[in-house]
Design a protein around this ligand. Structure first.
Ligand code: PHE
Length: 337
């Protein structure tokens, strides 16, 4: 029995075969179990002799079983590992590389400039209430200035925001009277315009808001001059022209000194000229008040600009619709900006 078992075990070709042999020789129905079970029928002299032999056979079988198991497991691991080796000399697969959209690029550049001046970035919802989009910005119902921005209304009180200025109000509410408030708010806005070379029913804006004690118009001008020079170049100047926005008083439109871009890069215009790039002003006392700031103590300035317009200027793009139609031949030109 011992000889047959050891021979079979030695020749077992796999872990499964080994397990079957284990059951065959050591299992409940195996010959050894049978012998041990039959011990009761033996005489007192025979019992220890037979028992001794049976135990020897058993431990011999167990010994070889353990050794074979180890050998076969090692072989299984080796073959699995060699199957999993990676051929590092295989050439990789090429993934098509995207490019940054010019609007995203301009927004990132503007964010970088203002983050460098200590501003934080805030965001607000594109589906906005009439209260935040108009009322809290000093445009009560029936105010004629609401005509300046034909809106997409969803219900009587809910609309697609026409500007990022509602984020001013939401930011002031969140700050709960703390100063300084210093944020820029990029995002999409919507107006009922016919799409053409310079208009789109959906575009982006970046709003800026600063509230603190002693903020003055010169702070606004200095901030915008710094911004314009970082964005367009160190020789650029800014000019403020009186204007009107319901939520700022006084209000201004801001021009930068003319700047021309073409295939060979950007430079100042030969003849002097000015190009409007944004609207701004000192935050209206009523807007401060509705945002939870006492206008007798605090002042602020705000500005709003259009990244599309800046992208058109900076990259010499002649039609705003190029920015939305996503023609790959157009977009690929911005691969390395
Ligand atoms: N929200 C204004 C617009 O869309 C721009 C603006 C923002 C003007 C902040 C003044 C202050 O035209």
């Amino acid at each position: 029995l011992k000889k047959a078992a050891l021979e079979e075990l030695e020749n077992a070709g796999g872990l499964q075969a080994l397990n079957e042999l284990k059951i065959k020789y050591l299992g409940k129905k195996g010959p050894l179990t049978e012998i041990l079970r039959g011990m009761g029928a033996l005489s007192a002299e025979e019992r220890p002799v037979i028992g001794q032999v049976a135990n020897d056979v058993r431990s011999a079988i167990e010994g070889i079983l353990n050794r074979k198991t180890e050998v076969l497991e090692q072989a299984a691991t080796d073959s699995r590992l060699s199957g999993e080796t990676i051929d590092v000399t295989l050439p990789g697969r090429k993934h098509p590389e995207g490019t940054i959209h010019p609007i995203s690029k301009v927004i990132q550049d503007i964010e970088d400039i203002f983050l460098g001046m200590g501003y934080k970035v805030a965001e607000g919802p594109e589906v906005e209430t009439d209260y935040y989009n108009f009322e809290a910005l000093n445009l009560p119902k029936n105010h004629p200035a609401r005509d300046m921005q034909d809106s997409f209304y969803i219900t009587e009180d809910i609309l697609l925001r026409t500007q990022t200025s509602p984020v001013q109000v939401r930011t002031m509410e969140l700050m709960k009277g703390e100063v300084p408030v210093k944020v820029i708010c990029p995002g999409k806005v919507y107006r009922r315009d016919e799409d053409d070379v310079t208009h789109s029913h959906q575009f982006t804006q970046i709003e800026g808001l600063v509230v603190d004690k002693g903020i003055r118009m010169s702070d606004l001008k200095g901030t915008l001059l710094q911004f314009a020079r970082e964005m367009f170049g160190p020789d650029v100047n800014v000019r403020l022209r009186p204007s009107f926005f319901p939520f700022t008083e006084p209000s201004v439109e801001v021009d930068i000194s003319c700047y021309q871009c073409g295939g060979d890069g950007c430079r100042m215009c030969k003849q002097s000229g000015w190009i409007e790039i944004l609207g701004a002003g000192m935050v209206h006392p009523r807007v401060l008040e509705m945002g939870g700031y006492d206008p007798a103590v605090y002042r602020g300035f705000a500005f709003g600009m259009g990244p599309e317009r800046i992208a058109l200027l900076k990259y010499g793009i002649d039609d705003i619709r190029h920015l939305y139609t996503n023609d790959l031949r157009f977009l690929r030109q911005f691969g390395r900006i």
